[in-house]
Design a protein around this ligand. Structure first.
Ligand code: FMN
Length: 192
């Protein structure tokens, strides 16, 4: 696939199976992420690879964080929701957490540092696509939870930009390519 084909071939795939990207493929995905544009080369992005027992252990972190969010809100945890938190990383054989760690630089607003980390996440998804793997970028409440951030070694003021679920397509069948419409996306200038 050439680069333009990869852009359209990237589709979110909810359930992925093994094999996960490993070895040189995983390294290529991480290096593609680190090649993201980044104002002042601050390198605010960080990557955490979760697989195998680490993924199971992190599922328990997500379940406990859910219970703690319920306690803080004064609500009873719903057992099925806690179980979903505990098991949801099982939707792919490898989960890559992309975070933005706030760099003290007066000239580069935090929004731009987060944008650089988002670009890194997209680069990772595109690299995975180009190498023949499926991907899905997810967030949800845990991404904003200080307990989850702490479990990743982040400060509450840092950001989890996404959980990138990576793996192989079931039965080797990739989803149909994106065919986006431009309707409503082009703003005339000057504005009417
Ligand atoms: C920052 C961000 C967070 C997202 N979080 C979720 C999520 O938590 N759950 C989900 O189902 N889709 C989430 N998505 C959307 C999907 O990854 C996907 O892009 C969308 O469903 C469109 O499908 P496509 O990627 O195949 O075009 C998120 C996308 C982005 C960019």
């Amino acid at each position: 696939m050439d680069a333009i084909e990869v852009l359209f071939a990237r589709r979110s795939t909810g359930r992925l199976v093994g094999p996960a990207p490993a070895g040189e493929d995983l390294r290529t995905i991480l290096r593609a992420a680190a090649a993201a544009p980044d104002h002042e080369r601050l390198r605010p992005f960080r990557f955490t690879v979760l697989e195998g027992t680490a993924k199971d252990a992190f599922g328990r972190v997500l379940a406990d964080a859910y219970t703690a969010r319920c306690a803080a809100a004064g609500t009873e945890p719903v057992p099925a929701k806690r179980e979903k938190e505990r098991t949801k990383l099982g939707r792919a054989p490898l989960v890559l957490v992309v975070s933005a760690v706030r760099q003290p630089a007066a000239g580069v607003p935090w929004d731009e540092q987060r944008a650089a980390a988002a670009a890194a996440a997209q680069n990772a998804c595109l690299a995975a696509t180009g190498l023949g793997y499926g991907s899905m970028w997810r967030t949800g409440d845990p991404a904003y939870d200080p307990n989850v951030k702490a479990a990743l070694g982040l400060d509450a003021s840092d950001a989890i930009v996404g959980w990138l679920y990576l793996g192989s397509y079931r039965d080797g069948v990739a989803p149909a390519a994106n065919d986006p419409s431009l309707e409503g996306l082009l703003l005339p200038w000057p504005p009417p």
